[in-house]
Design a protein around this ligand. Sequence first.
Ligand code: PLP
Length: 435
Amino acid sequence: MADKPLHFDTLQVHAGTPPDPATGARQVPIYQSTAFVFKDADHAARLFNLQEVGYIYSRLTNPTVMALANRIAALEGGAGAVCCSSGHAAQIMAFYPLMQPGCNVVASTRLYGGTVTQLTQVFRKFGWEAKFVDIDDEAAIRAAIDDKTRAVYCESITNPGGHITDLPMVARVAKAAGVPLIVDNTSASPYLCRPFEHGASIVVHSTTKYLTGNGTVTGGCIVDSGNFDWSASDKFPSLSQPEPAYHGLKFHETFGPMALTFHGIAIGLRDLGMTMNPQAAHYTLLGIETLSLRMDRHVKNAMAVARWLEQDPRVAGVTYAGLESSPYFARAARICPKGAGAIFTVQLKAGYEGCVRFVNALKLFSHVANLGDARSLVIHSASTTHRQLSPEQQKAAGVMPDAVRLSIGIEDSRDLIADLDQALATAGAEQPVPA
Ligand SMILES: *Cc1c(COP(=O)(O)O)cnc(C)c1O
């Protein structure tokens, strides 16, 4: 039994969390401690030299946070993981070891709005650059990659449109160029999509969303497949070359498939300080225990709601990739065989003003800037999450002024449809074509 790999539903409850060695506590204790006592001066020195793995100070590692990181690594099928304070922190933490001033990332245009802002505004301050491409266009990705490119970046299921990225194609292009593919797997969760099986090298998560699943805490995670050869070229000196802060230690040579994970803790968390706190890790560990059960219900409800919306005469279009009418339907079956997620946009014939009335009229759907909650959520992306983007960037990201994004929860789908029905009635008639 011990050598047989465990299945997803078992891992989501058990991975990374044996009974507490100190007390036998079956649930993972919240180790609410900033620092951990050294056995003696020699023990302290070995820990600081990375010659021995252990707990020093909670900015770097904490047992509750480590338990969560190990569980997420197991669910993604990765070699190791690092948790941090938010999804945005995870993105910066993933780029940090790969990038130098003057380097660039080739990124999909179809990203969460905050990510587009991070990749344009924050990147500029670091001397980094993001080159945005249509991630469906293989030739465009290939053409955008140059000798200063250090990663390709995309989302598996994209926010807000719920489009599905052809991960094997993008991974192939990245591999041929000798750079890792980083996939934001937030909207899919490792239950619906496992990017490493499609060739990705690194996965990032906003654990704020489906992994926690109850809208209580923000958090992020970077998972490393352990498969990328950081020493194959001179592109990644932070991982392949001697690190001055650790007496010339070479992370890749020393830690092999755990190089990025150790670097994320020993350099990333130590120097950037975007640490997850043990309380947040506790809530996310509780949430993950029911991940597959929730995702199955999210998908079932999303199908029912999307099917109902699609046939409604007040609706101009539904982008859900689980619908046979979606251009992404066949790809969804390949990339996310258990379902195409539960976020998508609905275009209303009542136009922009109708969208505003529709959002105001919904009662069960909460109007919030979040997704992946057990509760159903709605937002008008153009005026909120993607507001900072130019009209061209909004169009490329799949954000339309006459559409709202739905994040379908785990309620009874009949109640969700009834709520949508009454709000569509309030949204009003088809917008007259302007004279
Ligand atoms: C929310 C979100 C993020 C950012 O995560 P935070 O935890 O809010 O920092 C990144 N990517 C996607 C796809 C998201 O939905």
